[in-house]
Design a protein around this ligand. Structure first.
Ligand code: 5AD
Ligand code: FES
Length: 347
């Protein structure tokens, strides 16, 4: 199949055979990508119009019991300065965010054993009571099914858990043996069954990743049918075993955003901070390739530099209000509109 035919088939059937997917991922010419992005924008505008939804990200702990080879807050990162926000500090972030127009909060952290079910349920319950009109997303890694159920019952609505790679051998290249792809997928299916709006995702250009790995990621997305997909380029972090590896490419990340939009027309797809980190207009380019979400940081300025998953992360010195204004202008400059609504998944 030629590329245009592949893109049209993808738009119509929402999937291609594995080999066709792998072929679509590599070796595109700029005009092929331009066509892909135009189709992706058309699909996204049919479902969500020109709205770009904002989510307030609260990075509430950088303690983590895991040791993923790529991540700057892995347990054995020697220079990570560890912090935890108190319940009160987390609620203060929501308060500030609500005033700035946020109607979705994302609580993200490492897998920190301090945040037991009891502590998490208390935080979720209070946010739910004080801001009943807001969506609450959790991104706190792998937990027991009973824990996911308790948090859902307390009022959490959405859950982000990137699968990182759907290829077994590649998963083992990125993670120590105590972590498994099988368990990661089990968590995602559990979350979906419980009733969360679920987000999976992966890094583009992580060490050892091939076009076949990416085709498997797309196949997994097609099976799981998540409500959200978080993808961004891999960016090396100086304290990790992958410090000397190359970063993921802008072009490939954008192409995958476009492909995912055609596969899942209704998916909520962020133009990530990592994308904004590798190119000054990375997030705008992401939106023009099919993304429709941005996630500015609501964490207190004092901790932002400590949540360094990768090097050179943007917006670590800015006030939340500055980021919102900056994003609003950036989004307007490409003809889209920053939306303060909850931005739920449309079916
Ligand atoms: N580069 C890019 N993304 C990273 N993440 C972790 N480390 C890196 C890195 N070095 C991503 C992972 C994780 C999410 C919170 O951040 O995909 O799921
Ligand atoms: Fe943070 Fe531009 S979005 S400064």
């Amino acid at each position: 199949m030629d590329r245009r035919k592949q893109i049209e088939t993808l738009e119509k059937n929402h999937i291609l055979p594995q080999e066709e997917l792998a072929a679509l991922i590599v070796g595109a010419k700029p005009e092929d990508d331009a066509y892909l992005f135009a189709r992706a924008r058309a699909v996204r505008e049919r479902v969500y119009g020109k709205a770009v939804y904002m989510r307030g990200l609260i990075e509430f702990t950088n303690y983590c019991k895991n040791d993923c080879y790529y991540c700057g807050i892995r347990r054995s990162a020697p220079h990570a300065e560890r912090y935890r926000l108190s319940e009160e500090e987390i609620l203060d972030c929501c308060e500030v965010g609500y005033g700035l127009g946020f109607r979705t909060f994302v609580l993200q952290g490492g897998e920190d054993l301090y945040f037991t079910d009891e502590r998490m349920v208390s935080i979720v319950t209070q946010i739910r009571a004080r801001w009943p009109d807001c969506a609450l997303t959790l991104s706190v890694g792998e937990r027991a099914r009973g824990s996911y159920e308790a948090l859902f019952a307390a009022g959490a609505n959405r859950y982000l858990l990137r699968h990182e790679t759907a290829d077994e051998a590649h998963y083992a290249r990125l993670h120590p043996g105590e972590l498994s792809l099988e368990h990661r997928k089990r968590c995602l299916w559990d979350l979906k069954e419980i009733g969360y709006q679920v987000g999976c995702g992966f890094m583009v250009g992580s060490p050892g990743q091939t076009a076949a790995c990416l085709a498997e990621d797309l196949q997994f997305i097609h099976e799981l049918k998540p409500h959200m997909v978080g993808i961004g380029p891999f960016v090396p972090q100086c304290d990790t075993p992958f410090a000397g590896e190359a970063q993921g490419s802008l072009e490939l990340t954008l192409r995958l955003l476009g492909i995912i939009r055609l596969m899942e027309p209704c998916v909520l797809l962020p133009a990530t901070t990592a994308l904004g980190t590798i190119h000054p207009h990375g997030r705008e380019k992401g939106i023009l390739a099919g993304a429709n979400v941005v996630m500015p940081n609501l964490s207190p300025q004092t901790v932002r530099k400590k949540y360094m998953l990768y090097d050179n992360k943007i917006c670590t010195g800015d006030e939340a209000a500055e980021c919102v204004d900056c994003l609003r202008q950036r989004i307007a400059s490409i003809g889209y509109e920053l939306s303060g609504s909850r931005g739920d998944y449309v079916n």
